[in-house]
Design a protein around this ligand. Sequence first.
Ligand SMILES: N=CN[C@@H](CCC(=O)O)C(=O)O
Ligand SMILES: [Zn+2]
Length: 391
Amino acid sequence: MTTLITRIGELVTNDPPHPDGDGSPLGIIRDAAVVVDGGRIIAVGKASQLSDAAARVDLDGHALIPAFVDSHSHLVFAGDRSAEFTARMTGEPYDGGGIAVSMAATRAASDDELRTLVARRVAEMRAQGTGTVEIKSGYGLSVEHEARSLRIAREFTQETTFLGAHVVPPDSRGSAADRQEYVDLVCGEMLDACAPYAKWVDVFCEPNSQFAFTATESEQVLRAGAAAGLGVRVHGNQLGAGPGVQLAVSLGAASVDHCTFLSDDDVAALAGSSTVATLLPGVEFSTRSPYPDARRLIDAGVQVALASDCNPGTCYSSSIPFAIAVAVRDMGMTPSEALHATTAGAARALRRDDVGVIRAGARADLTVLDAPSYLHLAYRPGVPIARMVDF
Ligand SMILES: N=CN[C@@H](CCC(=O)O)C(=O)O
Ligand SMILES: [Zn+2]
């Protein structure tokens, strides 16, 4: 059924060439209307120009934005690590060692328990305005449990990521040979079992961590994933300067995520590439770490995305509005840059052009704000003003 959404006080299209837009990258149209049908957008324009439809929804001056695209999350896990979080608030550093705690809890959970946990987290995201979510494995760390995590994730999204190389599991940390054996398993039997349920391959590349993977190990995993037909993404430069960004760019990754510690060469490499730098403000917030310098990246011409990184260790928040508020308050982003980074920018990080935008032909993934303007996302931190709505 065709539905006219009308009396939209402020419509963010992310479609700057739109004739009615304001010319900014957000392509804002005031007093706007949108026509949707069958889950797709049919028409976009001024309310005075669009009036024909079977049904009508009056937004009474509220703002409408593209539903958020959360391009980085780890929703398939059981248990929590609130004690680890509490220790960090009194000075303990984050090093990735706690991932083994989540691995044990996740392996112990039944399929139905994991499914219910993921469903709750996806519903929580939707209630805060998120329409597309990427979900990684990475708390199974065995052939059986990684494949199971991805099978369950696939029930919720097509944007699934194989992260068997999240950390070296505890029983493979004994010697260099054990470690290499695990990397070979990830690139062989585990990849074979996981690839049918995955769109992407990812690796936690941090040479200064005993838990994560070196540049050489990471490259082996990413090349194996790419050879199996998966797109490449990287966790890089989170804990310190490292090779993650350069590796991601050299392999044509869609995104390198975290980017907290970057050299000038890293910034230059990103600026000359199609790899998106995905920043995860909730991680620095919840690990008491320095924030990435978004301003430096944007000024250099790097494409930037913002995502939640919802996970039990570094950031147990699924809220994109929270990420926007922190990015604006503490990372040098303007409110419009932050909104763009959580919609069109994050869509780009997933190499999607049918979400994160409100234009004819795109998916009708729409988020209503209980506010007259998107500016309120950063202006009213912690207030639940964004919700995704089916029209
Ligand atoms: N840094 C690596 N992986 C996750 C954290 C996982 C965990 O600590 O449970 C992240 O993106 O921050
Ligand atoms: Zn992550």
